[in-house]
Design a protein around this ligand. Structure first.
Ligand code: SAH
Ligand code: SF4
Ligand code: F3S
Length: 489
């Protein structure tokens, strides 16, 4: 059992949805006067933002520390995606309360999605908070912290249409030195009815592709071997040197006017060309937007990993419509068929699933299960529906599925996924797969761990190999979450 939990931890850490896990800062000692401690919750985009925040604070006289007791400034970079995510943060704030009593000069800041959602209200609700800063206002942090040091509360939750922090070089926190995340866009223009993200992250905007390529090149030059391009909906990445405004671009395109546009397939290609030794991953793909052009670009470059996180949310077209996902079950299946046709059976596919959305019937729930059986996801992130204030669903629909039914349906979905994960992993037995070594396995110093192209964790005896190397591993055994094997030269 313990091993299985460890395996899940490994998978979580490497995916976009490192949901509700905490990550503390690394110890950095460059002789700066003050210490910053930062904890991140939620998705990888939040984790990537914490690296931008650390960079901004570093420029302003702060080193990071991994012990909050010794920090001058404590930041919680928060998530609002489900009620539980917010509760975790509130519990953590309670925990900090005791330390703050002993050390009243310590500044406590809440950043990220919960800051954006609650704004000034958070100051009333959580008395120990001094600073509340939304995801587009991080450049203002040093000033806001100064205000707090003067004994005043400070808030900035302004959402921008332009901010992408393109020029900021992130301080890599908790890095293994081999794999890194790069934000390629911010915000989300979809309005999935259950989702709080459009409200907490603002409008979608794409980052300058040349700054992305430069960041990836710099990482490669420092010895990194894998980058994951991050966005809530990477397939709608679109950038133009003329004017970086989505509505403007779409108007030009409709009129058939020539504008030089960098779309997601183009960007993938630009990053893949840096070096065949630099692996490229990306997340998240939206089923309505993923194009055959992207799939063919993946096929063309060996170093673009054959793995797609393609959240379905539900397998029933009526529920998908209520969720405002703008695709049907048939459309989703068509996209999966295209993946299989262009990239083959080896391509990993994962999903997010929501159990017990408003008015979902038992039959409609079963459609989610049959979709899972059709697609054969390698793994999924599975949740029961949690109503979020202010979302379309909260306004329009009653959250009418009782908690015990939601939990029962979720359990069925988890059960199904475990069966399929094992089935999919068994298909790898006897195969030789290229693995990028990321470090030692948690269970033993004698074992190394890395991932294959399909994003599966592979564990094998160390021999004389080291992290950062590519090795060929013969897969000999598996659990639902991990592959085991040995290096073959
Ligand atoms: N941009 C990604 C998802 C980001 S949020 C996408 O479109 O797929 C990550 C996942 O959290 C979602 O895919 C969804 O499965 C889940 N989620 C979001 N809001 C939720 C809610 N209100 N209740 C339960 N799960 C939710
Ligand atoms: Fe939320 Fe939908 Fe945007 Fe994903 S695509 S972040 S689920 S609104
Ligand atoms: Fe990410 Fe949570 Fe915000 S999932 S975008 S940190 S609400």
């Amino acid at each position: 059992m313990e091993n299985i939990i460890q395996d899940i931890d490994i998978v979580d850490r490497n995916s976009q949805e490192a949901m509700e896990t905490v990550k503390t800062s690394k110890e950095e000692n460059t002789g700066k006067a003050k210490k910053l401690y930062i904890e991140s919750y939620g998705c990888q985009m939040n984790f990537a933002d914490s690296e931008i925040v650390s960079s901004i604070m570093k420029e302003n006289g702060y080193d990071t520390t991994s012990e909050f007791e010794s920090a001058d400034v404590v930041f919680l970079n928060t998530c609002s995606i489900r009620e539980k995510a917010e509760q975790t943060v509130r519990n953590r704030l309670n925990h900090f309360n005791a330390v703050k009593k002993r050390k009243p000069e310590m500044t406590i800041g809440v950043l990220g999605c919960m800051a954006e959602r609650l704004k000034e209200k958070l100051l009333e609700e959580e008395k120990i908070v001094d600073v509340v800063v939304g995801p587009d206002a991080y450049r203002d942090l040093p000033k806001l912290v100064e205000t707090a040091e003067d004994g005043l509360k400070a808030v900035n939750t302004f959402l921008s249409r332009e901010e992408t922090y393109a020029d900021i070089s992130p301080v890599r926190l908790n890095s293994n030195g081999i794999t890194a995340f790069i934000s390629i866009m911010r915000g989300c223009d979809n309005m999935c009815s259950f989702c709080v993200v459009p409200f907490t992250r603002g409008r979608e905007r794409s980052r300058d592709p040349y700054s992305i390529v430069k960041e990836a090149q710099d990482l490669f030059d420092q010895g990194y071997k894998e980058v994951t391009l991050l966005g809530q909906n990477v397939d709608s990445y679109k950038w133009s040197a003329d004017e970086n405004n989505k509505a403007w671009l779409e108007k030009k395109e409709k009129k058939g006017e020539q504008v030089e546009i960098v779309n997601f397939a183009n960007l993938l290609e630009m990053v893949a060309k840096i070096s065949p030794d630099l692996r490229v991953r990306f997340s998240t793909s939206h089923p309505k937007d993923i194009t055959d052009e992207v799939l063919y670009t993946m096929k063309k470059y060996e170093n673009i990993c054959k793995y797609i996180h393609l959240p379905a949310q539900s397998g029933n077209s009526r529920v998908l419509d209520l969720m405002n996902r703008t695709y049907t079950r048939e459309w989703y299946i068509n996209r999966v068929d295209a993946i299989r046709e262009i990239l083959g059976e080896e391509c990993g596919i994962s999903s997010d699933m929501i159990a017990g959305f408003c008015t979902e019937t038992e039959e409609e729930h079963k459609d989610s299960i049959t979709l899972m059986d059709y697609v054969k996801y390698d793994f999924s992130y599975m949740f029961f529906y949690s109503e979020r204030p202010g979302t379309l669903a909260a306004k329009k629909f009653e959250d009418d599925i009782p908690l015990d039914i939601k939990k029962k349906r979720l359990q069925e979905i988890i059960q199904k996924q475990q069966e399929i994960s094992l089935e999919r992993n068994k298909l790898d037995l006897g195969k030789v797969q290229k693995v990028l070594i990321e470090g030692t396995s948690k269970r033993s110093e004698e074992q190394l761990q890395g991932r294959n192209t399909a994003n599966k964790v592979v564990i094998f005896p160390r021999k004389h190999y080291q992290k950062g190397q590519y090795v060929n591993v013969l897969i000999e055994d598996c659990t639902t979450a991990t592959l085991f094997g040995k290096i073959v030269d």
